[in-house]
Design a protein around this ligand. Structure first.
Ligand SMILES: [Ca+2]
Ligand SMILES: [Ca+2]
Length: 103
């Protein structure tokens, strides 16, 4: 029986390959595949980005080796970056909740 963290890692791998395998190189996300992944799996994050060129900007930021595609390693850096941002919001929320209990 896998742990929560093991399941989370497996999910990352499964989601990445679900989109990466759609066209061209099966081991990396093209711009179109990245856009599909973000529209489906990160829709609330994408909606929060007012810039219509957000996907292109993210693609450029993620593509560390400059081959025009996002491989798993590059994709993980997006997930890590978003997780760090979410954890900060979580901490703020925890502090606010604690503040309510102890005036
Ligand atoms: Ca691909
Ligand atoms: Ca790349």
């Amino acid at each position: 029986m896998p742990s929560d963290l093991e399941r989370a890692m497996e999910t990352l791998i499964t989601v990445f390959h679900r989109y990466a395998g759609r066209e061209g190189n099966k081991a990396s996300l093209s711009r179109k595949e990245l856009k599909q992944l973000m529209e489906t799996e990160l829709s609330s994050f994408l909606k929060s980005q007012k810039d219509p060129g957000a996907v292109d900007k993210i693609m450029k930021d993620l593509d560390a080796n400059g081959d025009g595609e996002v491989n798993f390693e590059e994709f993980v850096s997006l997930v890590v970056g978003l997780s760090i941002a979410c954890e900060q919001i979580y901490q703020m929320h925890q502090k606010q909740t604690a503040g309510v209990k102890k005036p």
